[in-house]
Design a protein around this ligand. Sequence first.
Ligand SMILES: [Zn+2]
Length: 83
Amino acid sequence: MKNNSSRPLFSFSGFVCSTFGHDYVITRKVTNHINEYRCTHCGKEVTDNFSGNLEQLTLKNKQVNSSLALFFEKKTKRDYSTS
Ligand SMILES: [Zn+2]
């Protein structure tokens, strides 16, 4: 008797997403214009890129966003203290 438990089960979430589109919520604000999002149904993670399009949130993109957030935070603090 074969054990088929490792086969992926039919995913209702995936069905909802492919039919109605992903339901993204913001998981992190990187800058005023760039956020990271996660789909509440399937857990897919995406981020805004410089062109204003959504892009898959890869490890590389996460690292880029982290340095961007750090830079943005410093800039915001400096602007705030000088104004
Ligand atoms: Zn989804």
